[in-house]
Design a protein. Structure first.
Length: 83
């Protein structure tokens, strides 16, 4: 599942791109985006750039999660330690 963790966290990233999207994490870990979301959603370092739900106007909430590179390294260490 996490067989590609041997790569450096910063491979393929520019200096300005220090955050990963859920899609990038799913591709990196070779899992479904829903699984990647569940793995990171409760992490304190995750940025939620989405919108809140507005019940009065009946609008649903949208989530745009971003994970900093330093948190990615920590989460990958935790996940590989569990295996």
């Amino acid at each position: 599942m996490f067989g590609i963790l041997k790569k450096s966290v910063f491979n393929g990233m520019s200096e300005q791109q220090l955050f990963f999207t859920v899609k990038q994490l799913a591709e990196r870990w070779q899992v479904d985006p829903e699984k990647a979301t569940r793995l990171i959603q409760n992490d304190p370092a995750v940025l939620d750039l989405g919108t809140k739900a507005n019940k009065r106007e009946r609008r649903r909430a949208y989530r745009q999660l971003r994970l900093p590179a330093h948190a990615l390294a920590r989460i990958e260490r935790q996940l590989t330690a569990k295996q």
